[in-house]
Write a protein that binds this ligand. Structure first.
Ligand code: G
Ligand code: G
Ligand code: NA
Ligand code: MN
Length: 254
C-alpha cells in the first residue's frame, strides 16, 4: 500500500496532530509565538514527520482539507494560549499549494479567524517561494486582502529557492524567515554570513521583520542578535513539541 491510500483513513480517524516550535525575541529571549508543524500519528509506523508524508499529502485530494484543519487547530491553540498568559502570542501556519490554488484563501483564513476569535495579528501564514512562483496573480490578490486585514505573511526558507529579489516588491510580506542552512553555516562559512547579512539588510530596506530558523547554539544566537536579527527559532529554544508540553514549558496555564 502507499502512504496515499491511508490518508483518507488518517483524515477520518484524526491521526494528524500539530506540534509547536517556539519563536523567541533575540534581544531578551522572550516567547513571541510558535510555528505549527504537522505530524502523523500513524497506528503502525508511529509518529511520522512531514518528510515521510508531505509530498504524498500535497498531491492527494486531502491536501486542502488537511491544510484547513491545520489552520483551524493552530488558531484555536493560539486563542487558548493568548488567554492563558501570552496575550500577544503569534501563531505561524504553513500554507500548502492546494489551499492557495483553490482560490478562496482569503475567505478561508478570515472565516477561521472569526470562528476561532483569533485577532488577525495573532496569525502569520508562511508561504514558500514554490507556492508563490506557481500561482502569481491569484496569490497576490489573496495575500493583499489578508495583509490589509492585519494577518502576518512570512516568506519561508528565504533564499533557498528560485525566487528573485523582485518578489519582495510584488508580494505583501511582513517577515522573512532565514533558512536554517544559512544559520547552520554562518559560523564556519563567509558565504553564509554574507547571505544572512544580505537578508537582514533586505528586511530593513523593505521594512520586514526577520526571523532566523535553525538556531542550535549560543554562538549562533549571539551572532544573529549582534547582526540585528529580531527573532529566532531552533532547537536552542525548543524542538517542535506537543501542545501540552509547550504549555507546561512556557507556563501557559490551561
Ligand atoms: O519540523 P519539520 O519536520 O516539521 O517540518 C518539515 C517541513 O514540513 C517544513 O518545511 C515545514 O514547512 C513543512 N510543514 C510542517 N508542517 C506543515 C503543515 O502543516 N503544512 C505544510 N504545508 N507544511 C508543513
Ligand atoms: O518550515 P520549515 O521547513 O522551515 O520547518 C522547519 C523544519 O526544521 C522542521 O523540520 C523542524 O523540525 C526543523 N528544525 C527546526 N529547528 C531546527 C533546528 O534548530 N535544527 C534542525 N536541525 N532542525 C530544525
Ligand atoms: Na514553515
Ligand atoms: Mn521554514
Amino acid at each position: 500500500h502507499t502512504c496515499r491510500d491511508e490518508m483518507g483513513r488518517a483524515v477520518e480517524h484524526g491521526e494528524f496532530v500539530l506540534f509547536y516550535q517556539p519563536q523567541v525575541r533575540l534581544s531578551d529571549g522572550a516567547l513571541v509565538g510558535a510555528e505549527a508543524l504537522i505530524r502523523w500519528q500513524h497506528p503502525e509506523r508511529g509518529l511520522l514527520a512531514p518528510a515521510a508524508f508531505l509530498d504524498a499529502l500535497d498531491t492527494s485530494r486531502y491536501a486542502a482539507p488537511v491544510g484547513d484543519w491545520v489552520l483551524r487547530t493552530a488558531c484555536e491553540q493560539a486563542v487558548a494560549w493568548r488567554n492563558a498568559g501570552a496575550p500577544e502570542f503569534r501563531m505561524g501556519v504553513n500554507l500548502c499549494s492546494a489551499q492557495v490554488q483553490r482560490g478562496d484563501l482569503a475567505e478561508t483564513v478570515q472565516a477561521t479567524l472569526s470562528d476561532t476569535g483569533l485577532p488577525a495579528a495573532g496569525l502569520e501564514v508562511e508561504i514558500t517561494e514554490n507556492i508563490v512562483l506557481r500561482h502569481d496573480a491569484e496569490v497576490i490578490a489573496a495575500l493583499h486582502t489578508l495583509h490589509e486585514a492585519g494577518v502576518g505573511i512570512a516568506f519561508d526558507d528565504y533564499g533557498t529557492g528560485y525566487a528573485s529579489l523582485s518578489l519582495l516588491k510584488r508580494f505583501p510580506l511582513t517577515r522573512l524567515k532565514i533558512d536554517r542552512s544559512f544559520v547552520t553555516g554562518m559560523l564556519a562559512s563567509h558565504q553564509d554570513v554574507t547571505i544572512v547579512r544580505a537578508i537582514l539588510q533586505l528586511g530593513r530596506g523593505f521594512d520586514l521583520a526577520v526571523i532566523a530558523e535553525g538556531i542550535e547554539t549560543e554562538a549562533e544566537y549571539t551572532r544573529l542578535r549582534e547582526k540585528g536579527c529580531q527573532e529566532g527559532q531552533g532547537y536552542l529554544f525548543g524542538k517542535p513539541m506537543p501542545a501540552d508540553v509547550f504549555a507546561a514549558r512556557f507556563g501557559l496555564a490551561k
